[in-house]
Design a protein around this ligand. Structure first.
Ligand code: XMP
Length: 517
C-alpha cells in the first residue's frame, strides 16, 4: 500500500524543497510538483491527504502569473499556503493582494491574535522569517485573521470549515521560531496524517526504481570519495550490483593522500577503477584566475576524461551495454546552480550539475537531487558506508582550485595541501572535527611581511575557515577556542614552507558563502 502523502505545489520559491525536507523530518511522505504541470491526476490519488502551496517570486495581480487552479480546491483537502501560497488563496477567494511600501525581509515579530489549529502549542509572540513585497490588503470574508506582524500586516489566516490555512512567513526556514511545530500541526492536526514514513522507505523505493530503469544494462559512477558520491555508489550497488562500474578520477586538486585513501576504502567493496588525470587538469587551469572559469574548465575536463574512460570501457563491454551515469548531486547544488523559475539566482555553478555530452548517449541518474547532506548521511548509515567516509566534511567538486585565490600552480597546491592536512589533523586531535560542518584552508593571493629567526620574510597567508551548518544553504562561523587556533597557526607556520601568517574567517553565510570562490 502506498504511504499517505502531502503534495507540495511549487510556485518557484527557493525554499520549496526545504518544505519537502521538513515534511520528511516529520516522517510524512511528500512530493513536489511544479505548478505548471497538469495536476488533474491528483483527484485519483487516494493516498493524498493535504496540499502545501509554496512561496514564489510572482505577484498574483500581474498578468501571466501562475494562479491557483480550481481543481486543487475541488479536491476538498486541507491546504496550507506559504507566502505567495497565502496570497494565492486570498486572491482566489476575491481578497485583495497589493504591493506596498512596507516590505518584510528576514526576522520579523508576529503576534497571534486568535486560536488556530496550526498555532497550537506555539508561543503567542513569534519571531519568524519573512521574505515578501506583496501583502494581503483585504482578506476574503470567509477567512479569519490569526496573526499580524509588528508592522500591522496580516501574517496568517484560516478558514476552519474549508480547512484552508495561510502563513505569510516561512515556517520551513530554521530561523522561524516554532516553524516545525506549525508544519507538524498542519500535518497531524489538520490533515490527520500519521508519522510512519522512514528514510529506509526512500532507499527501497529508489532501489526498485533504479533496478527497473537500468534493467540488465550497466551504469558508471564517478566517485570523488566524498559522502554524496560514495552513498550514491552504495545505493546503486544495492540496486544493480556488478553492473555498476565506479571510477575515481584524481584531478590533482584533491587533499593530501586523498585518492590513495579512497582506493583503499572502496577496493573490494565496489567495482572501482582509478585514473590519474592530474596532468591534464593542471595544464588546462594554468593561468586561470576567475573562479567561474575555473569551475567550467574543471567541469569540462572532468567530462572529457570521463568520456575517454567510458569509451574505452564501452570498447570492452559493448557500446549498448553502458547506458547510465550516476552522480551524487544534492538539492543545494541544484538550487544554487540554477535560476529555475527565476527567484534563486545563480550563485555558483556547482560543476556536478552540468549536462552530459550527447555523444556519450548516457542518461544521468541523480538519486539525491531532492535531498540534503544530512539526509544522505542517514541513508549512508543505513547502507553501512564506512564511518570514515560518512563523517567527512563536504568537499567541493572543483576541490582545492576554489581554495587557491588566483591562478593555480603545483607549488601553491602543495602548500595548501600541507596546511590543510595540519588543520584537519589538529581538529581531530582536539576532538572538534565532528562538531564542525566544514573546515578547510584557503591560500590567499597576497604576501605579507614576517620575521623568522631574526630574518625578514615575505610569504603567503593561509585563511582558516570553519562553519556550522545544517545543509550548506546558510552557515555560521565556528567559535573555535583560541588555544586551538594558536595550535593550528603555530603548526602551519612552523611546518609549511612559504607561509608566515594565518588568519581566521569570521563571516556567516549569508552574506558570505562557505567557500571563498
Ligand atoms: P558555498 O561556497 O556555495 O558552498 O556556500 C556551499 C557548499 O557547497 C560546496 N561547494 C561546491 N560543491 N561544486 C561542488 O560540488 C562546487 O563548485 C562547489 N562550490 C561550493 C561547498 O564546499 C559547501 O559545502
Amino acid at each position: 500500500m502506498l504511504a499517505d502523502k502531502i503534495v507540495i505545489i511549487d510556485f518557484g520559491s527557493q525554499y520549496t524543497k526545504l518544505i519537502a525536507r521538513k515534511v520528511r523530518e516529520c516522517r510524512v511522505y511528500s512530493e513536489v510538483v511544479p505548478c505548471t504541470d497538469d495536476l488533474a491526476y491528483l483527484k485519483n490519488d487516494k493516498s493524498l491527504k493535504g496540499i502545501i502551496l509554496s512561496g514564489g517570486p510572482q505577484s498574483v495581480y500581474m498578468k501571466n502569473s501562475n494562479l491557483l487552479a480550481d481543481l486543487i480546491l475541488d479536491l476538498g483537502l486541507p491546504i496550507l499556503g506559504i507566502c505567495y501560497g497565502l496570497q494565492l488563496l486570498s486572491h482566489h477567494f476575491k481578497g485583495t493582494v497589493k504591493g506596498g511600501k512596507t516590505r518584510e525581509f528576514g526576522k520579523t515579530n508576529i503576534k497571534c491574535s486568535a486560536q488556530t489549529l496550526i498555532f497550537q502549542g506555539v508561543s503567542k509572540k513569534l519571531s519568524v522569517w519573512m521574505s515578501h513585497h506583496d501583502h494581503i490588503k483585504k482578506l476574503p470574508g470567509e477567512f479569519k485573521i490569526t496573526s499580524r506582524s509588528e508592522n500591522g500586516l496580516i501574517s496568517s489566516f484560516e478558514s476552519k470549515t474549508k480547512k484552508i490555512y495561510g502563513v505569510q512567513f516561512h515556517p520551513e526556514v530554521n530561523h522561524t521560531q516554532d516553524g516545525i511545530k506549525i508544519i507538524k500541526n498542519f500535518l497531524f492536526k489538520v490533515c490527520k496524517l500519521k508519522n510512519k514514513w522512514k528514510m529506509g522507505s526512500f532507499i527501497d523505493e529508489k532501489v526498485m526504481e533504479i533496478r527497473k530503469l537500468v534493467g540488465g544494462k550497466k551504469a558508471i559512477c564517478a566517485m570523488s570519495g566524498g559522502v554524496d558520491s560514495a552513498v550514491a555508489a552504495y545505493l546503486i550497488n544495492k540496486a544493480i550490483g556488478k553492473n555498476l562500474i565506479c571510477v575515481h578520477i584524481d584531478n590533482g586538486l584533491m587533499r593530501k593522500n586523498e585518492s590513495r585513501e579512497i582506493v583503499k576504502y572502496f577496493s573490494g567493496k565496489l567495482n572501482l577503477k582509478f585514473i590519474d588525470a592530474s596532468g591534464i587538469f593542471l595544464k588546462r587551469l594554468k593561468g586561470v584566475v576567475d573562479p567561474e572559469t575555473k569551475r567550467k574548465i574543471i567541469g569540462k575536463t572532468f567530462i572529457d576524461v570521463f568520456q575517454q574512460f567510458a569509451k574505452k570501457q564501452m570498447g570492452k563491454e559493448g557500446r549498448s551495454r553502458i547506458k547510465f551515469l550516476i552522480q551524487g548531486t544534492l538539492y543545494p547544488d541544484v538550487i544554487e546552480s540554477s535560476s529555475f523559475h527565476g527567484p534563486s539566482e545563480t550563485i555558483k555553478t556547482h560543476h556536478n550539475v552540468g549536462g552530459l555530452p550527447k555523444s556519450l548517449h548516457m542518461k544521468l541518474i541523480e538519486p539525491f537531487r531532492e535531498l540534503f547532506k544530512d539526509e544522505v548521511r542517514v541513508i549512508g548509515k543505513i547502507l553501512k558506508v564506512p564511518e570514515e567516509i560518512l563523517g567527512r566534511h563536504p568537499f567541493p567538486g572543483p576541490g582545492l582550485a576554489v581554495r587557491i585565490l588566483g591562478d593555480i600552480t603545483k607549488e601553491k597546491l602543495d602548500i595548501l595541501r600541507e596546511a590543510d592536512y595540519i588543520y584537519r589533523e589538529s581538529l581531530h586531535k582536539h576532538k572538534l572535527y565532528n562538531k564542525i560542518w566544514q573546515a578547510f584552508c584557503v591560500l590567499l593571493p597576497v604576501s605579507t611581511v614576517g620575521v623568522m629567526g631574526d630574518i625578514r620574510t615575505y610569504e603567503r597567508v593561509i585563511a582558516l575557515r570553519a562553519v556550522g551548518s545544517v545543509d550548506g544553504m546558510t552557515a555560521n562561523w565556528f567559535h573555535m577556542p583560541a588555544t586551538v587556533l594558536e595550535d593550528i597557526s603555530t603548526g602551519i607556520t612552523n611546518n609549511v614552507k612559504g607561509v608566515n601568517r594565518v588568519v581566521y574567517d569570521i563571516s556567516n553565510k549569508p552574506p558570505s558563502t562557505i567557500e571563498w570562490e
